[in-house]
Design a binder for this molecule. Structure first.
Ligand code: MET
Length: 454
């Protein structure tokens, strides 16, 4: 793949993107401002703001006040790609460079000093791939736009992203975390084990305000939660946090269904491996936040090396384009399957979020392991957010690392199954579930596996 040299100037999200008005570049795409790249080269017509910034570092002009903000579906397709026409490209360039040549060592020293001091993204080539990558930066720009935040910083996985947040707060002497269970099992484990030198206080949402101490650096919630799909009132929780930043894990909802930053969360976490990528072929994590905190995260990322591979950045940007369509289609099927499961006598309980989504959790009277063993169309695997439907047993896999008592106390019982509904036909999925549920009933009736439940 050929990467034009000028493509190394990755797009940035200007601070003004936080405002409700669209950025000039998007207005240009909507036909509201002049701007094809060829017109710029041919004459004096003004360039789209993004192209101006990429070419000269100038601050974009203010957005026209009358322009409506682009809808999420439009942002999903265009954000992070505003300069492509200017570059003469349709697909984003994939820059796999690990290092960036320069004959001016003095200038590079100054740029490195600047990055180390501020964490601000460098103008021009990023010196070394642990500082930044222009392909990944496109994904970061796009995700920030979808979440309605100023910036986003991508990492090698969701756990690397959470690690960076915890380290950034601990570096400021704020090692205490207040958190609400359930969280994804490894998030729970990272906090409980104190592997990063942090200390956690687990509370119900109503106990957040009282649990905050002078050294509290973070309040963490996940809503809908993994795996029970329990929801918290993010606005109320954000209020209870006072000046302590609220981190909301938005992996399950995605910005299609919920934008935590609009509800008061300062930090929005994603395992990008899930819905953002959407096809089960890329591992990544991302934090959407204000630019001030993004700078701290970039410094941590540089120091600790948990960077996203550029190919993953490329795939995640590609995944975002179809995110709204995928999430809405899968959610519609999931809602109907949740109803069918709730009406089924073999199912004891169904968990489905009020805000909707493509995740369904349910408890069976029979042996849940036989449901996993019995599916043929549905993929019996951990993870979620792919085009295919996946099912897993949280007590065995996603939450195995959480102590049994803590699991059970927060709804992660032995009979709970978690299903990530994909894009298949509803009837085909139901037929598969029906056969697997029948197998689970038969196994339980014959007592084959009954010992596992005591
Ligand atoms: C290693 S197990 C979990 C992977 C993923 N976070 C999930 O909840 O499915």
């Amino acid at each position: 793949m050929i990467t034009p040299p000028h493509a190394n100037r990755a797009p940035k999200t200007p601070a003004s993107a936080l405002a409700s008005a669209p950025t000039p570049a998007l207005a240009s795409e909507a036909g509201l401002a002049p701007g094809p790249a060829l017109a710029i080269e041919a004459g004096p017509a003004p360039a789209p703001a993004f192209a101006i910034e990429a070419a000269s570092g100038l601050t974009p002009p203010p957005a026209p006040v009358s322009a409506p903000a682009p809808a999420l579906a439009t942002e999903a397709v265009h954000a992070g790609r505003e300069d492509l026409a200017e570059l003469g490209l349709h697909a984003p360039p994939l820059d796999l460079s690990t290092t960036y040549p320069s004959r001016d060592s003095r200038a590079e020293a100054a740029r490195l000093d600047d990055f180390a001091t501020t964490g601000a993204r460098l103008e021009g080539p990023p010196v070394y791939a642990r500082l930044d990558n222009p392909t990944t930066a496109r994904f970061e720009t796009a995700l920030a736009r979808l979440e309605g935040t100023e910036s986003a910083v991508a990492f090698a996985s969701g756990m690397a992203a959470l690690t960076a947040v915890l380290l950034a707060r601990a570096a400021e002497g704020l090692r205490h975390v207040v958190a609400v269970r359930p969280l994804y099992g490894c998030s729970d484990h990272l906090l409980t084990a104190g592997l990063l030198g942090t200390e956690v206080t687990w509370v119900d949402p109503a106990g957040i305000a009282d649990a905050i101490r002078p050294d509290t650096g973070l309040v963490m919630v996940e809503s809908p939660a993994n795996p029970t799909l329990a929801e918290v009132d993010l606005r109320a929780v954000a209020h209870a946090c006072g000046t302590v930043p609220l981190l909301a894990d938005n992996t399950f909802a995605t910005p299609v269904l919920q934008r935590p930053a609009e509800l008061g969360a300062r930090i929005v976490l994603h395992s990008a491996t899930k819905y953002l990528g959407g096809h089960g072929d890329v591992l990544g994590g991302v934090v959407a936040c204000d630019e001030e905190f993004a700078r701290r995260l970039r410094q941590v990322r540089f120091a600790t090396g948990g960077v996203l591979h550029p190919l993953a950045g490329y795939l995640l940007l590609r995944g975002l384009a179809t995110l709204p369509v995928r999430v809405r289609a899968a959610s519609a099927t999931a809602a109907r399957l949740a109803e069918r499961l709730a009406a089924d006598p073999r199912v004891a309980r169904v968990h489905y979020p009020r805000i909707g989504g493509a995740m369904v959790a349910f408890e069976v009277y029979g042996d849940p392991h036989e449901v996993i063993a019995g599916v043929r169309l549905i993929t019996p695997a951990v993870s979620l957010g792919s085009v295919d439907t996946l099912i897993q047993h949280p007590a065995s896999i996603s939450h195995r690392i959480v102590a049994e008592g803590d699991r059970r106390a927060h709804g992660v019982g032995d009979r709970l199954l978690r299903m990530s509904v994909g894009l298949e036909d509803e009837e085909d999925l139901w037929r598969d579930l029906d056969v697997a549920l029948a197998a689970a009933e038969t196994a339980a009736a014959s007592g084959e596996r009954s010992e596992i439940f005591g």
